[in-house]
Design a protein around this ligand. Structure first.
Ligand SMILES: *Cc1c(COP(=O)(O)O)cnc(C)c1O
Length: 494
């Protein structure tokens, strides 16, 4: 039997995994979401000896079940190869009182690589399966990391174009240079005068614009999404939670069956949702700890069941989490409402119209899997320093938000369950913040900080930032948020 992926907003909009990956977003504005979960036997005495790629075959085979084993082998083997600078792909590091699951060993040194290195293969394989002739146009809004990781994956992939929008003043210098120096004839990077939510809202509107879709079709083009709304992003992220657990068993840190907590620095709610799906297929997970920065709309949501985006947007040192509308939360809402598409659509309409909604009643069992807390800018910097002092290890600011939140959680609950921190970026991606937190210096340039970071951490400069300072800037377009569609039409010659 093939798994059904249904739109969160229309019970009649049902597709298979490969169709969901091709479409990206449902045309009704909803997100394709699994209605049931595959049955897997997670035997950790066996799993502990599997490579990352082998665990990926197991998980992807179960969730993306209309792909053949050969197709998935091809995708997995091309994605998780020497692009990663560690053969374990996602190594687990033991620190004082926590385990950091390093998800930043791919080509752009942030966790988006974990899924975006495989998405182009899944998408082009799905296109071939369905005999699709159209060129796929990947349209992406990025808060800094997705854009680069998506371009690294899609650059010069035949049959694709990729257009990335990022908030001009909302990303770090290193992040911006990583994007604007991107090569590839099919890549187009555009800065917007606006924040990430403006970028994401306009991208969603383009996806849902029927007239625009028709114009694209006339030119044998069609949109798809590399954002975490695409189920092809979400499913590969389930893999590393299972892998991390197996590594803990292998190292003798836990016994098979023992519960483990995951703390996840959260923005669009994709990464933590993957942990939720891991728990749904039987991974022994205790709490899913949702960590936010000062944009703490999710913290409030889990405490009150009210989602309220009507608040000031803050630019923080963890920009990939500067989000007021967490797109993937819609999938959890759908599950909390017992997979009720009509009710989910109503709440999302309320969010668009009134800026808020309340989820009532919820499936309490699932809701209680989650705990949420936030960290201030000051707490985040102090946490980078604390970890450095105790372990000589430097966390990036996103990871530090999570580990700060975990500290608060332990202080409050005394929960002694072993806990894994999803470590979502290398400190080399945010060198100024990392170095300033450790040394107390201020006013460093990005490139001075890179050198200093190398000295402090003893970790070699990753390829992703080596040479960035002198690389040629190829993308200089800046547009107002309201002109995003015009820019897309201009670039594609519509
Ligand atoms: C994208 C990102 C996040 C947030 O992940 P979501 O899946 O959007 O919740 C956290 N940290 C880093 C470094 C990221 O790039």
């Amino acid at each position: 039997m093939t798994l059904v992926y249904q739109s969160t907003r229309d019970a009649n909009n049902r597709v298979t995994a490969s169709q969901a990956i091709l479409q990206g977003l449902a045309t009704d504005g909803g997100l394709f979401t699994p209605l049931t979960y595959p049955h897997l036997t997670l035997d950790f005495d066996r799993l502990k000896d599997l490579s990352y790629q082998e665990v990926a075959k197991l998980i992807l085979g179960a969730f993306l079940d209309d792909f053949t084993a050969e197709e998935l082998d091809y995708c997995i083997n091309n994605a998780y190869d020497s692009k990663f600078d560690d053969a374990r792909i996602a190594p687990l590091v033991k620190l004082d009182g926590q385990y950091n699951l390093e998800l930043f060993h791919g080509s752009t040194i942030a966790f988006k690589d974990m899924a975006l290195s495989i998405l182009p293969y899944l998408m082009t394989t799905a296109a071939k399966k369905h005999g699709l002739e159209n060129k796929i146009v990947i349209l992406t809004a990025t808060s800094g990391d997705t854009g680069k990781a998506a371009m690294a994956g899609f650059a010069d992939v035949p049959g694709t174009e990729i257009i990335v929008f990022y908030p001009k003043d909302g990303v770090s210098k290193v992040q911006e240079l990583q994007m604007t120096t991107q090569t590839g004839d099919n890549t187009h990077v555009v800065a917007i005068d606006g924040n990430f939510d403006d970028a994401q809202t306009n991208v969603k509107e383009m996806f849902n614009d029927e007239a625009l879709r028709a114009k694209l079709a006339d030119k044998q083009l069609q949109f798809s999404s590399a954002n975490s709304m695409n189920i092809g992003r979400l499913v590969p992220q389930i893999v590393y939670y299972v892998y991390a657990y197996a590594q803990l068993v292998k190292a003798g840190e836990i016994v098979a069956g023992e519960a483990v907590n995951f703390t996840v620095p959260t923005g669009n709610f994709g990464n933590i949702l993957a942990a939720f799906y891991a728990k749904q297929i039987g991974l022994p997970v205790g709490k899913l700890i949702c960590a936010s920065n000062e944009n703490n709309v999710l913290t409030d949501f889990f405490k009150t069941k009210v989602y309220d985006k009507k608040r000031a947007f803050k630019v923080t040192t963890s920009p990939s989490m500067d989000i007021l509308v967490s797109s993937n939360l819609e999938r959890l809402i759908f599950h909390l409402l017992g997979n009720d598409a009509e009710k989910t659509a109503e709440l999302m309409a309320a969010l668009a119209a009134d800026g808020q909604y309340e989820v009532q009643p919820v499936e309490a069992e699932i809701f209680d899997w989650f705990v949420a807390e936030c960290a201030t800018e000051e707490e985040t910097a102090l946490e980078i320093k604390r970890i450095y002092d105790s372990s000589r290890y430097i966390e990036d600011p996103h990871t530090a938000v999570a580990s700060s939140v975990y500290q608060k959680y332990v202080a409050e609950t005394k929960d002694a369950t072993k806990t894994v921190i999803a470590s979502t970026a290398s400190p080399y991606k945010f060198p100024v913040v990392a170095v300033e937190a450790v040394t107390g210096e201020t006013g460093l340039s990005d490139f001075a900080a890179l050198a200093q970071l190398q000295e402090l951490s003893g970790v070699a400069l990753p390829l992703a930032v080596d040479g960035l300072e002198t690389a040629t800037v190829r993308h200089k377009t800046v547009v107002a948020a309201r002109d995003m569609q015009a820019e897309v039409e201009r670039y594609l010659g519509l």
